[in-house]
Design a binder for this molecule. Sequence first.
Ligand code: FES
Length: 134
Amino acid sequence: MNGVMSKKINRRRLLAWSGLSLFFYPIFKFIRFTVPRKPTRIAVASEIPVTGFLQEKKFILFDRKGKTWALSRKCTHLGCKVSYFEEGDFLECPCHQSKFNAETGAVIQGPAKLPLTLYHVDKGSGNTRYVVTI
Ligand code: FES
């Protein structure tokens, strides 16, 4: 009898959680709620070339004019991978040609509306030249 009761309760709980999830999911999606994730520190061993930038998989690292910063390569429109264009000193997305300022990540040209994420960069020690916190 007890086993049957606990199964009923578990089914009820499962149904309740499923119902709540189905109810809240579109609301969270609409307000762009995301669970904050723990920052990741990425060590960069390479020296930045004389061009002043280093293109990595997830970010582009800049070190010029005595300033160091990194910008995310994930386009804020639909998530394609942006690249740096030295001639114009901007970052461009290959998918819909959004352009971003190379120093701030601000949008120069849409369709993207939000700036690229700016990451904190620390100077490393030993074999590590830089540490980028993403
Ligand atoms: S995904 Fe980058 S502009 Fe559309």
